[in-house]
Design a binder for this molecule. Structure first.
Ligand SMILES: *Cc1c(COP(=O)(O)O)cnc(C)c1O
Length: 378
């Protein structure tokens, strides 16, 4: 058996090595490292896959959020509603632009934004709402979009963990996550559901004028070369990453299937276990299992994690400290938040190895060990 890893990118690469190597070599041969033809070709292919009008490639998923907020012309002090239970990047860009994050709690089953809590958090200063499709599952977008539309507040989907996931509206219409709000952002960090061999990101939108503005922001605020109209930044997806992504996009649905198959295996092994709550699968979404994150009950999570480490079974906490408890946020925004679900998840969640190459043998080994460890420490 292979060494167990949280994410095994090497085996995934080896399966498509000739195709990837050729794509990379072609970029090197062309020497068009920046703005090569692969960048536009990949953006177009991703737009087709997602069913969205514009895909704006950029340097990473954090930049994608920052560029989107910059293009919305928000003013210092404007409020942005986000979950605290997310990766810090979602909140960091809000602070960077001197906006004010307003944290809401998440749903105890899906771990995504609790829409009733969003309703309570809206004020006349609310200028954006950023739902996060955490762990690969969509936030409940239909009620959120209705609520936001009623208040004329733009919704920006942080889709970094859910590229390829679907949301199903009550009328049956099925759309890709990241394409429902005014804009959606994603990351191509290597471990994400669609990952490159370094850093990369993109923004999705169906809005023509916003797309143009975001392209300008990402390109030093210029539309015409050397004529800078607005303050921008420098954020690009380079040609080698685009070439890798162009190859991997063709396999994205296979990768998602492999993740779902692994998740089904875990579910079957844990379903009857009194100490484990398997990830909830909302009827309105199709989970892509960026992570497989369980909740432990009546057993101490950290003891389980230590027991697994002793047996060389990797596990992770995504994320050990929610954003509203981060030192920088407490310093900049000294607000007392009561987010009981977020607190509960912080103590009880545990993510297990999840990637596209897990064999049944490995999954069985992981599951057997988890159950043994839990029985020992419970
Ligand atoms: C990974 C991630 C990001 C940031 O993406 P980078 O490409 O690492 O900048 C933002 N939000 C969430 C929820 C993420 O998981």
């Amino acid at each position: 058996m292979h060494d167990l890893q949280m994410v095994d990118l090497k085996r995934q690469y080896l399966k498509i090595k000739p195709e990837i190597d050729t794509a990379i070599q072609n970029v090197i041969d062309s020497s068009a490292f920046i703005k090569g033809s692969d960048v536009g070709a990949f953006a177009g292919a991703l737009a087709d896959y997602l069913g969205v009008k514009h895909v704006i490639p950029c340097g990473n998923g954090t930049d994608a959020l920052q560029i989107t907020l910059m293009a919305l012309d928000l003013q210092p002090g404007d409020e942005v509603i986000t979950p605290s239970f997310t990766y810090m990047a979602t909140v960091e860009v809000v602070a960077l632009l001197r906006l004010k994050p307003v944290f809401v709690d998440v749903d105890p089953e899906t771990f995504t934004m609790d829409i009733d809590k969003v309703k309570e958090a809206i004020s006349n200063k609310t200028k954006a709402i950023i739902p996060v499709h955490l762990y690969g599952q969509s936030a409940d977008m239909e009620p959120l979009l209705e609520l936001a539309a009623a208040h004329h507040i733009p919704v920006i989907e942080d889709n970094a963990q859910a590229t390829g996931s679907d949301y199903i509206f009550s009328d049956g219409r099925t759309v890709k996550t990241g394409t429902m709000g005014l804009a959606g952002t994603t990351s191509f960090f290597p471990s994400k559901t669609l990952g490159c061999f370094g850093d990369g990101g993109a923004i999705f939108t169906n809005n023509d004028s916003l797309a143009e503005k975001m392209r300008m922001v990402a390109n030093h605020g210029q539309k015409v070369r050397y004529l800078h109209d607005i303050v921008g930044c420098n954020s690009r997806l380079d040609s080698i990453q685009a070439a890798v992504l162009g190859v991997k996009l063709k396999y994205l649905d296979d990768y998602i299937l492999a993740r779902r198959t692994a998740a089904d295996f875990y579910d079957a092994a844990f379903r009857e276990n009194e100490y484990i709550i398997c990830p909830y699968r909302a009827t309105y979404s199709r989970h892509v299992f960026y992570t497989y994150t369980i909740l432990l009950k009546n057993v101490e999570r950290d003891a389980v994690k230590q027991g697994l480490t002793a047996r060389h079974i990797p596990s992770q906490l995504y994320y050990p400290l929610p954003c509203h408890k981060q030192p920088v946020i407490k310093t900049l925004y000294p607000t007392d938040y009561e987010l009981p679900v977020t607190d509960m998840l912080q103590d009880r969640m545990l993510s297990l190895p999840m990637h596209t190459e897990l064999s049944n043998e490995e999954l069985a080994y992981i599951c057997d060990n988890i159950i043994e460890v839990i029985n020992r420490v419970a």
